[in-house]
Design a protein around this ligand. Structure first.
Ligand code: PLP
Length: 355
């Protein structure tokens, strides 16, 4: 189907909704899936079918190339319900753009807007009742794509599946976390795939993270592959610091360009803070904690929005950050974004995408 042709999304509704069986007061992240999923098939240069189907198993061929050579990418987005019942998705156009950047880097086809955003809108419309309404809760949205060609030769697959699944998630109370500065293992190198949201970036992080957990840290603080001198990001979220009166986040193609990070930096500028994207060395951070100029440090991502950092371990020593209550900027961002996402305040930036 060409981009100009009218795309039709077929809907096959479930015969038996599982909604009434769900205990919305006890949601475990990522375990209970909504009734429907969007499945789009790509073959030999074109998207050939887009359907909304009852959520369920897929059959795969054992020689399917994603399983062997890792052409697999994903996104993470959240949808919210306003007090009046309106369903809204937070900045999904940014996820769509990033998804297609990940796709090109892995020699996968781009997903057109009508399928990614149009499909998402239609899916959330069908499963509108799955978007929880209690303060703090949301619908987690997981678009993903993988190579389906049944062939063991190493080459770009000719066929792919693009799927969107969703799941209601409970209120996220994020406790402050401790990070270990990683000076041996590497997440991403320049010219590599650090900026893309591909499945392999997570596989490689599991072992070093386990070692950090064994030492009593919640997550890793990744550093650059060349010298392990510059800070990159946390395990699954970007890092933002307040040093003096400046809000600073590391930049470059070895980090994932988070929508939350971007949103927070845009807010910082709007609110009149100095906001910088630049290299931050581990030494600058450690010195700043010791001399009191680092007043805030947090991880930013879709799951928790902001996760405060309480302690950083570097070369066998621990550095403790100031108490969370006094962190003016990050607490302000958190409450502002909560109000915006639940439709309690005006949306001057057009960040809410209404279904
Ligand atoms: C998804 C992700 C983030 C956060 O991105 P958001 O768009 O803010 O959710 C940060 N780092 C990594 C490695 C990620 O995969």
């Amino acid at each position: 189907m060409s981009a100009t042709e009218q795309l039709s999304i077929r809907v096959e509704p479930t015969q038996q909704s599982r909604l009434s069986q769900v205990d919305f007061n006890n949601l475990v992240f990522g375990k209970i899936m909504s009734d429907h999923m969007l499945v789009a098939e790509y073959n030999d240069g074109e998207w050939i079918d887009v359907s909304i189907l009852p959520y369920g198993d897929l059959t795969v061929n054992p020689s399917m190339s994603a399983l062997h050579y890792g052409q697999a990418i994903f996104e993470g987005i959240k949808g919210y319900k306003f007090a009046d019942g309106t369903v809204s998705i937070f900045r999904p156009e940014k996820n769509w753009e990033r998804f297609n950047k990940s796709a090109s880097r892995l020699q996968m086809p781009e997903v057109p807007e009508e399928i990614f955003l149009g499909g998402l809108k239609k899916l959330l419309d069908v499963d509108r009742n799955w978007v929880p309404s209690k303060e703090g809760t949301s619908l987690y949205i997981r678009p993903f794509m993988f190579a389906t060609e049944a062939a063991l030769g190493v080459h770009p697959s000719i066929s792919y599946k693009f799927i969107i699944i969703t799941c209601p998630v409970g209120a996220y109370y994020s406790k402050p976390i401790s990070l270990k500065v990683e000076t041996h293992y590497t997440r991403a190198a320049e010219g590599g795939v650090g900026f893309s949201k591909n499945a392999g970036n997570y596989a490689l992080s599991l072992y070093p993270t386990k070692l950090a957990n064994d030492e009593g840290y919640d997550q890793i603080m990744w550093t650059d592959a060349n010298e392990h001198r510059y800070i990159e990001e946390a395990g699954t979220a970007n890092l933002i610091f307040r040093i003096g009166d400046t809000i600073i986040t590391p930049h470059g193609d070895t980090i994932l360009h988070g929508v939350t990070r971007r949103t927070i930096m845009e807010l910082a500028e709007k609110w009149g803070y100095k906001a910088e994207q630049r290299k931050v060395s581990v030494q600058e951070l450690i010195d700043g904690i010791e001399n009191g100029t680092v007043s805030e440090a947090f991880a930013a991502g879709t799951a928790a929005t902001i996760t405060h950092i309480s302690r950083i371990g570097f070369e066998g020593r621990d550095y403790t950050l100031p108490p969370v209550e006094g962190r003016e900027f990050s607490n302000k961002v958190l409450s502002y974004l909560n109000d915006l996402r639940y439709g309690k305040i005006e949306d001057p930036f057009g960040w809410n995408y209404i279904v």
